[in-house]
Design a protein around this ligand. Sequence first.
Ligand code: NI
Length: 248
Amino acid sequence: MQLHLSSWPEIEVYLTSSKAILIPIGSTEQHGPNGLLGTDALCPEIIARRAGDESGILVGPTFNVGQAQHHMAFPGTITLRPSTMIAAMLDWAQSLSRHGFERIYWLNGHGGNIATINAAFSEIYHGVTFGTEGSNGPPLRCVLRNWWELAGVMDLCKQLFPVGEGSHATPSEVSVTYFGYPEAIKRVAMTPKIAPTGPIYDAEDYRRRFPDGRIGSDPSQATPEAGEKIVTAAVKGVIAEFQQFAAS
Ligand code: NI
């Protein structure tokens, strides 16, 4: 079930049986020569929508721009300041809370978002305590889960891509998007075959260290078939975890 394809009476009925919602959250940033700019938002969205179709979990709109300052030397990247992202997440959470949602499960697709998402949770909880209704406002719990940490997913990725998984523009994440959007598959030769690794600082330094955007990866191995396997494992993991969180 997807919020943006539902009517308000349908959401009103949903709220009589569940107070939980899943929000995919990611980033719009370069993902190397053959990866889609939307990769980090598309991966959690593809997984979440399938989980929603299979289990009736309510999936909200994707929060699809995040912390991508270090990718800004590559065209197409869009970033939010941390303070903007925290403020936007607070408004999303308070809007949902206003309607009676008490559990928000954020399925994340971008490692660079983690610190800011946790800061936003702190802001959200302060909003409950310091809200206009005084202390002890309506209960609201948030949880963050990175899709690659769902049960079974990391082991499967290692098995599918024992060499060249790397840490940015990975064959696993590119495979997930190729499964979701086969019409967007790009065939590009990688030079070098496996990208360099190293620390991340700011945007200009990043492009000097990692000239085509990849870190440690060979995403030319990506296939929609591998993506389907990863999505199937992730969907199973997220349904189990979401249902446990919703009942907590
Ligand atoms: Ni990524």
